[in-house]
Structures are given as structure tokens and as C-alpha cells.
Design a protein around this ligand. Sequence first.
Ligand code: ZN
Length: 296
Amino acid sequence: MDVTIVEVSPRDGLQNEPVVLPTEAKVELIGRLVAAGARRVEAVSFAHPKLVPAMADAEAVMERVPRPDGVSYAGLVLNRRGLDRALGSGVDEVNVVVCVSETFNRRNQNASTSESMQAAAEVIGRARGEGLFTTLTLATSFGCPFEGEVDPGRVVELAARGAAAGAHELCLADTIGAGVPSQVRDLVARVRDAVGAEPPLRFHFHNTRNTGFANAVTAVELGARVLDASAGGIGGCPFAPRATGNIATDDLVFLLERMGLDTGYDLEALLPTAAFLSERLGHEVPALLPRAGTFP
Ligand code: ZN
């Protein structure tokens, strides 16, 4: 596989949709994605159910997902309690999130960035000890809805702490879809300079302002081999109520495959997922490929 797509529609997508899907529909979505070739799926979040009610059934979802060889399921974890739940649920990976922006982290996790990073380092160490793959995601790496520009020096500092804590992967996330390709270039250079070639970088782009695909291509051209995307481009941005969600898996697979890069997805198998999601969510999904069809 040239580029691995981490399918985040079951987590980032669904958690930001106004309609909360029942467990059965989430499991069907995940089954469809796996059947279409998804090999890494961020299936659930272990954030407190009061904060993220749409993910309250994380354990029930994990009990029912298909378990073919080669498919790895991740759960999002914000703290020690979240890790306890993750360890009991059977996920293969944990995605531990720290927000680079102090204000955003305070609002999201009710702690300073430094406190959250301290907890994240512990969580990563414990999860590794239990044999799980660990990702540190640095949210708001490209901009913050409260503070505006985010100091790239802070991103680098936290990335270095994540690497020192033993994270298998560092994910730079454009949580609000404000990033542009020049920022991707700048951040990759800075992080590589400070941290070295390992751990590998993963990117999480939202298409809020239509820059997500340009950012994704830039990241790939700089050597990134793991990108997050959401089937149908579902989801949104809690700070821009009418905005669209993550970059769409459908459109990203088309783009990368036509560039000659293997993603492991079968587009013909993936495309009907958009209609399934549109029906269950009650609105047309933002992805463009399901409307246009594949190139002959
Ligand atoms: Zn996101």
C-alpha cells in the first residue's frame, strides 16, 4: 500500500453529525468500509459520554464489528479513564489527542495543554505496554477558532514530547480546516528537523474551506504515507455550524489512485456507502465522486 487511509467517518464523521446513528447503523457503516478495503478504522471515541453523546455506545460498537485479518480498529482517547475503557473494548490502536492551542484544549479537555500532554505521555506508555499501536494527534496544529494562528514552535515542542513518550505515529490535525499547503510544508520541515524521520507523520485534514485535498496531496508529496479521511466527507466542524467535515475518502481514493498510488480501496465497492450515509443521516453527503461517478 502506498498510502494508508485511516477511515475516520465512524468517529470524527458521526460525532459531528446532528443525527445520532444507532449502534446497528454504525456497525453496518464499518462493515461496508472494511468490505471496500479499509484497513485502519477509527471506529469509536472514549471521550466522556456527556461530552460526546454520539459515541456513548463505543463498547457496543466494538463488540459487533467484523474482525477479518489485517484490519486494525482505533479508539480516540483523551485521558486515563478513556484508556481504561479502550483497553477493555478490544481496540487495536489508541489515538491520543492533545490540542496545541491552549484555549481550545482548555475548552475541549478542561486542562492546560501541558497537563494534557503529561497525561497523554502516560496513556501512550501504558497503551504500548498493553501491545496497542499508539498515535499522538496534535489538534489545532494549523489554526484555532479562538486564538487564530497557532505557533508552529508549539506544534514542534509537543511532537517532540510525543516522540519521547514512545508514540508510534504523530498526527498533525487541521481540526477546523484552516490550513494551506505552505503550512503543511513548513510544519513537516520543522517537525522533521526537531524529531527526525521517526515516528512517521500522519495527517488529518478537514475540508471546511476547501483546502483539505491540496493539503493532502502536499503531505503525500512530502512523504506522508498515512492520511485520515471520512467516507462521504461526513461530519462537520463544531465551530462552523454549516461547514463540511473531513476530506472525503471517496474523493481522496480517486485522487491518489489516479496519481498511481495504491490505497487498498475498491472504489466501486466504496461508492454505495455515500447513498447509505445520505439516507441514514438525512442529507446528501459532501463527497463529489458519488455524484460525478468514476472516470471511464
Ligand atoms: Zn477532525
